[in-house]
Design a protein around this ligand. Structure first.
Ligand code: BEZ
Ligand code: FE
Length: 313
């Protein structure tokens, strides 16, 4: 097919045809579909030249806003619901497995390791909160070899990286190893809802869409263990007013828990609290990776066969 004299209708097939020699079948499928949908979209809304120029400028500014601490493209994906769509397609959980949600831009590599029971928010003002979680398999086996990475906002809705005066110190974040019962527990402060960054093109988009930028209060968890799907999730505050209008569409009912106010006295870890404090719990259930699930099924079959004394068929 020639690339000459193409019309608004025939251009799509011509572009797709130019990719026909691409080596990867997956590349051809993804790019072919992208071109088709992009062209259909432009035809559908009869995109004007001014609108196209605006879009190019918007995307250019989105790229220019990115650096090693800020990822405006991910924020764009989050606020357009694309991140949640991808998460849901790639990590559909069975009933008992913990649901995943957006990763967000505030995770930091190399957060400090803490022993169980430590306070990850020393010196930060806020309501004291005892967080207690477990990490188990769907069969209820504790996962001692998991790594639990935690991070959250402070009582004013800011992450440590947003406090310039903290000069890069790690606060309200840390990494834990579960005990033999799969438990992880630590002290921190109750997080608050907060706006996603609005000083860039995404803020402009939210404003034009008459949308607020708020995320309901939550604690982030990244739980990893060999042979299991990496769990990227949050535990949301049941009493937050933004649960049904999260700017990044990340709330799942199964991830909502009450951050309960407790009277002063003996805390669950045996320490004495001279002021009221808050508690929140969650039991995470990890999803085995497909290979692992298959291996386990084979192992189960093998052990049944061995028990029944049957020889392999
Ligand atoms: C967050 O929860 O940290 C977050 C997620 C998506 C966009 C902005 C922030
Ligand atoms: Fe967050």
């Amino acid at each position: 097919m020639s690339t000459r004299n193409l019309s608004a209708d025939s251009i799509t097939g011509a572009v797709i045809q130019r990719m026909r020699r691409a080596k990867s079948a997956r590349f051809k499928q993804v790019m072919g579909s992208l071109v088709k949908h992009l062209h259909d979209f432009a035809r559908d809304v009869k995109l004007t030249e001014q609108e196209w120029e605006y879009a190019i400028d918007f995307l250019t500014r989105t790229g220019q806003k990115c650096d090693d601490k800020r990822q405006e493209f991910i924020l764009l994906s989050d606020t357009l619901g694309l991140s949640t769509l991808i998460t849901q397609m790639n990590h559909s959980s069975k009933d008992e497995e913990t649901e995943q949600t957006v990763f967000g831009p505030f995770h930091r590599m190399k957060a400090p390791n803490f022993p169980l029971g430590a306070n990850i928010s020393k010196g930060v003002r806020g309501k004291p909160c005892f967080v207690s979680i477990t990490v188990k398999t769907a069969e209820g086996k504790p996962m001692r070899n998991a790594t639990v990475d935690v991070w959250h906002s402070d009582a004013e809705g800011y992450y440590d990286v947003q406090h310039k005066e903290w000069k890069g110190a790690h606060k309200m974040r840390g990494v834990f190893k579960p005990d033999s019962e799969g438990r992880v527990y630590f002290w921190t402060i109750v997080p608050l809802f907060y706006p996603v960054p609005t000083d860039g093109p995404v803020g402009e988009l939210l404003k034009a869409s008459a949308r607020h930028p708020m995320r309901p209060a939550h604690i982030h968890f990244l739980v990893a263990a060999p042979g299991y799907d990496r769990l990227v999730t949050h535990v949301f505050d049941k009493n937050d007013k933004y649960l049904d209008s999260d700017a990044v569409f990340g709330v799942r009912s199964s991830l909502i828990r009450e951050y309960k106010r407790q009277k002063q006295g003996t805390a669950p870890d045996g320490s004495t609290c001279k002021t009221p404090y808050w508690t929140v719990d969650y039991d995470f259930v990890m999803r085995p990776l497909p290979g692992k699930a298959k291996k386990k099924a084979v192992a189960r079959k093998g052990s049944k066969t061995a028990k029944s004394g049957k020889q392999g068929e």
